[in-house]
Design a protein around this ligand. Structure first.
Ligand code: ZN
Length: 500
């Protein structure tokens, strides 16, 4: 009898019981069969010893799905939090994730509300050079008899589904599912459908194979069968799916293995099912397996020979305008501007008002809002980040709009402030000439920023009054694109240049 047939029989018998026992979170939709299938399709054919210092960078594509009319999508804010959590959870494994070419905003009710029924549509939306994560409303797998699950890895389509609710709650669901993506099994492998129950299995597990499954060994404490039993990893002790029915991050039940040794599961393991723990981790054995899967033949599409910007961002943005609590005269043209944050190459800006929410990701440190209401109170939040570091601190401010309409031609600043760079492109080792016309405004600072958002040159006031001429010596800079940015008055003027 095949494994599949046995699972069907077991599930029919125990469905009611499992439903009754189910707690609330961390139920994943990856079955025993799915785990075997992922190992068949993406075999671990690389065997390098684990070295966490040798960090591997994994491009990740987040697909923020919504209904076809665009409603229901998760806010970008939670996705940045999720990437921060992933990189924290995988730090000790020497695996770091980075955003591959921005987020994908996908409007498709089918994928959003019932992804398991639309595998072929999902596959069409994948980024071929990234680990694809679809953030959906539901994550009910067709193979699951338990009902709605929190997420799953599809070996068939090689992508991960995670419910948006999990990101909002800040759970470790995605860390767990990506563990499956990189060929990790559950620590309790074999017990997925029949979690340990004292009334059924007794205090001492006297059988050799997982309940109802003839070819999966029950792991024992003395490690004598750890390489062949359960998850086949020796630094994760036995677990008979104790977590599924546990109501806290604790395990006090006395259960003994066939050698009469007390079973002590690893409660906080990422690939277990215990809920409510304050943190979860991977063992070195699991880390080694995941990294070898990343280095395997089936994962060559993820190894794109690119080192992302992962620079730590220490500072919250300093807002230039509007000032906290102020009223902006206009309502149809409100410019929010802030100082460049060291290390940041992007900013998430969120605007909240009564019945109003707007968000955008920008690369320049300013945004002009044209869709606000008259005489209304708004809150703006600015969060700096780069493709690999999103654990950054936001800055919030409140402001009011006035009743005036914006008249573009009255903008004296835009008429008078001018920046000219020559020559552009400039040859490495020679000087870039900068002419800055600031008629009547005061130059506050000038900076050169590289393509990853890093400030490589910076000068601040006092400057001489009037128009300015500068020279940027390019001999210490590498070839590539740069931005020259000046703060004039309370606003920013910038120009791009390249060194060849
Ligand atoms: Zn799982």
């Amino acid at each position: 009898m095949s494994i599949k047939k046995i699972i069907v029989l077991v599930c029919v018998c125990l469905t009611t019981q499992i439903r009754a026992q189910q707690t609330t979170t961390h139920q994943c939709g990856v079955s025993i069969e799915d785990q075997l299938e992922m190992e068949r399709l993406y075999p671990n054919d690389t065997h390098k010893p684990f070295n966490r210092q040798d960090v591997v960078y994994v491009p990740i594509k987040f697909h923020l799905t919504a209904n076809t009319d665009g409603t229901g999508r998760i806010n970008d804010y939670y996705v940045l939090n999720q990437l921060c959590t992933l990189n924290t959870d995988y730090d000790s494994s020497g695996i770091q994730f980075y955003i591959a070419n921005g987020f994908n905003y996908l409007n498709n009710t089918n994928i959003f509300s019932s992804p398991a029924s639309y595998n072929s549509q999902i596959v069409l939306k994948k980024d071929a050079k990234a680990l694809n994560v679809f953030i959906t409303e539901n994550a009910e797998t067709s193979s699951s008899t338990i009902g709605t699950v929190q997420g799953y890895y599809s070996s068939q389509g090689d992508y991960v589904i995670v419910r948006k609710e999990e990101l909002i709650k800040g759970n470790n669901t995605l860390s767990h599912e990506i563990g499956h993506f990189f060929s990790l099994r559950h620590t309790f492998y074999g017990w997925e459908n029949v979690p340990y129950d004292k009334n059924i299995h007794g205090d001492t597990i006297k059988f050799l194979h997982a309940p109802g499954i003839t070819n999966i060994l029950v792991e024992v404490m003395n490690k004598s069968n750890c390489a062949d039993a359960a998850d086949n990893i020796c630094d994760t002790p036995p677990d008979y799916n104790f977590g599924l029915t546990a109501s806290s991050c604790l395990f006090n039940t006395a259960v003994y293995d066939i050698n009469r040794e007390k079973v002590v599961p690893m409660i906080k393991n990422q690939m277990g099912y215990f809920n409510y723990c304050d943190e979860y981790f991977f063992t070195d054995g699991q880390s080694e397996r995941m990294r070898n899967n990343f280095l395997s033949s089936g994962r060559s599409h993820l190894r794109v020979n690119y080192t992302p910007n992962t620079m730590y961002i220490e500072d919250a943005p300093v807002v230039i305008s509007p000032t906290q609590g102020s009223t902006v005269a206009t309502y149809d043209h409100v410019e929010i501007a802030w100082d460049i944050v060291q290390g940041a190459s992007m900013y998430l800006i969120e605007i909240r008002g009564s019945g109003f929410y707007y968000s955008d990701i920008v690369t320049n440190p300013n945004i002009v809002l044209t869709n606000l209401k008259k005489s209304s109170l708004y809150n703006a939040t600015i969060r700096p980040f780069n493709e690999g570091f999103t654990c950054s601190t936001s800055k919030s401010l409140t402001f009011r709009t006035g009743t005036s309409m914006y008249v573009g031609t009255s903008d004296e600043w835009a008429k008078e402030v001018e920046m000219v760079l020559m020559p552009n492109p400039v040859e490495k080792g020679t000087n870039l000439m900068v002419k800055l016309g600031v008629q009547g405004f005061t130059l506050q600072s000038i900076s050169v920023i590289n393509s990853t958002g890093q400030i490589v040159e910076f000068e601040s006031k006092p400057f001489d009054n009037g128009n300015q001429n500068f020279v940027v010596n390019t001999s210490s800079l590498t070839s590539g694109f740069y931005i020259l940015r000046a703060k004039v008055g309370d606003r920013i003027v910038s120009s791009k240049f390249s060194i060849q």
